[in-house]
Design a protein around this ligand. Structure first.
Ligand SMILES: Cc1cc2nc3c(=O)[nH]c(=O)nc-3n(C[C@H](O)[C@H](O)[C@H](O)COP(=O)(O)O)c2cc1C
Length: 190
């Protein structure tokens, strides 16, 4: 059965258009999508710090990225530091990383729907990111999401150019979806 095109077509490219900017209504749609994600007891742990290329926030998020990510993320239209709030007025929030993940996936799929590309990065200095923006002790950075417009693959270093159009690969469902007993596949082959 056919997958939804937003899921089938999403990938994590590195070729961003260095001249593209995101309009305010686009930014609103991205974070509105994130806002409507499910979360444990509707605790809504997702928090975001957003830099737009050319502004000071973008530069400070960029500065904490690993050098390998900086080579291409420099051309993104936005760098979004995604963090999880671990407590609220009722105490510790359960499943905060899960909740943030759902919110980020909503953002990513909304971006795909708008013709944008996204690339999530765990490769950054988490402590430096927390310091750079004065995150409270109970707010933990998790990923930076580069968001932008598809650009010229030729602007990437040769090794990254090859990866841009490489086939996406996944484990077969027979290795990950079981029934009856662990390791017994629900579905024959995928
Ligand atoms: C939590 C997380 C952290 C990631 N960190 C990085 C990273 O630091 N640098 C990078 O180039 N890609 C990073 N990626 C992208 C993954 O490598 C990519 O999603 C994976 O290879 C699957 O490819 P696809 O998204 O194109 O389907 C990360 C993705 C996730 C979800």
């Amino acid at each position: 059965m056919e997958l939804h095109p937003l899921i089938a077509n999403r990938r994590s490219p590195r070729a961003f258009d260095p001249d593209a900017a995101l309009a305010p209504d686009v930014l609103e749609a991205l974070f509105e999508a994130a806002r409507w994600a499910a979360s444990h007891g509707n605790t809504q742990p997702a928090r975001f710090v957003v830099g737009l290329r050319g502004d000071d926030t973008f530069q400070r998020v960029f500065d904490v990225l690993r050098p390998g990510n900086q080579t291409w993320a420099v051309r993104a239209s936005a760098l979004v530091l995604a963090a999880r709030a671990t407590t609220d007025d009722r105490g510790p929030i359960p499943n905060t990383e899960f909740g943030l993940g759902l919110a980020v996936q909503n953002l990513v799929l909304q971006a795909e729907h708008l013709g944008l590309i996204t690339h999530q990065m765990g490769g950054f200095d988490h402590d430096a990111a927390a310091r750079a923006f004065g995150l409270p002790a109970d707010v933990v950075p998790v990923v930076v999401v580069a968001v932008g417009v598809p650009g010229d693959v030729g602007l990437l270093p040769p090794d990254l150019q090859a990866r841009e159009h490489a086939p996406r690969v996944r484990k077969p469902l027979s290795e990950t979806v079981f029934t009856g007993a662990w390791g017994n596949p629900l579905l024959p082959e995928s």
